[in-house]
Design a protein around this ligand. Structure first.
Ligand code: GRG
Length: 299
């Protein structure tokens, strides 16, 4: 394997870097209120594929960004992602007991603590993108803060979650499913890539739009693959309860298209994602490899 193009090695080094960074950015467990800080660390550290930080790093490489800046942007998005998982697992939402191969946050601690963990992780994410210098000028950085806010809020992830909760027991058409997932899962994935890209100065508006379209395609592919894995993979591999979508009567790509067609759709989205990067050259290598990682993943 050529070390310059080896994806596993590239990804592993950045996953470790993000883990170390998150360890230092999260409040220490002995700082008061200790239980909340311990629960925040429990929810974030030691597991997870870190797909969103990897996207921030990869888009940062394309934009010739300082990797230190891309790391902060990726960490901020990962904190929002971790908060969404903690809240999603609560009894009032998906009501799950297993996440990342461990008891969910509210099972390990309690519901009130889990609620506060989500709140505090979200605040910490916005603290990072406003405290650390990420862009060459203040107005670009302010746009980045806004980008993360919109992606996380009612016009993004939280809105997608509201649609998801409302859809239980209903049949959604494929365009309706797409609308839900572009918000619930796709918005944050898109934010990760765009924030990474905006940490650098190397991209013009056309290239930024290409990165955005790439991220939109792989964000949706991520969800299609998630639906297939929920239907096909065992709980032990996923680290979360498998087969829940069907049991809970949730509309998914698998319920709408079947497994074979869902897989074909994921492959089509991967091709669209790769096509979006046409003309961006070798610096887009890691983004291309991430498209494969997302579509071919087994958990
Ligand atoms: C509670 C506001 C709020 C939003 C929750 C993203 C989300 C919205 C809920 C998660 C439920 C879910 C299983 C969505 C499917 C796609 C997804 C986000 C999977 C989990 O992400 P991974 O696979 O997880 O990146 P790891 O553990 O690897 O970080």
């Amino acid at each position: 394997m050529n070390s310059a193009t080896d994806f596993q090695g590239w990804a592993h080094a950045r996953q470790e870097r993000i883990e170390t960074l998150l360890q230092t950015l999260l409040p220490a467990p002995e700082i008061a209120p200790q239980r909340l800080h311990q629960a925040m660390r429990y929810a974030v550290l030691g597991a997870g594929k870190r797909v969103r930080p990897l996207l921030a790093f990869a888009a940062g490489e394309l934009a010739q960004a300082d990797p230190e800046r891309a790391a902060i942007a990726g960490a901020a998005v990962e904190l929002i992602h971790a908060y969404s998982l903690v809240h999603d697992d609560l009894p009032c939402m998906d009501d799950d007991v297993l996440r990342r191969g461990r008891p969910t946050c509210h099972v390990e601690y309690d519901e009130a603590t889990a609620l506060l963990v989500g709140d505090a992780l979200q605040s910490l994410a916005f603290q990072l993108v406003s405290e650390y210098r990420l862009a060459a000028d203040a107005s670009t950085q302010l746009e980045m803060v806004k980008l993360l806010a919109v992606a996380s809020g009612s016009r993004g992830m939280a809105g997608g979650q509201a649609i998801d909760l409302d859809a239980v027991g209903k049949t959604l058409s494929v365009p309706e499913l797409e609308f839900m997932h572009i918000h619930k899962t796709g918005a944050l994935i898109r934010a990760a890539a765009l924030l990474g890209a905006r940490c650098g100065n190397g991209l013009d508006d056309k290239a930024l739009a290409q990165v955005d379209h790439f991220a939109k395609c792989i964000g949706l592919a991520f969800q299609v693959v998630d639906d297939v894995l929920d239907a096909e993979a065992p709980t032990a591999t996923l680290g979360k309860t498998a087969g829940k979508d069907a049991r809970q009567g949730k509309p998914t790509y698998v319920s709408a298209l079947g497994v074979a067609q869902s897989k074909a759709f994921a492959a089509e989205l991967r091709n669209d994602a790769l096509k979006a990067l046409d003309g961006l050259g070798e610096r887009a290598l890691r983004l291309r490899q991430l498209a494969d990682f997302i579509v071919l993943r087994k958990f």
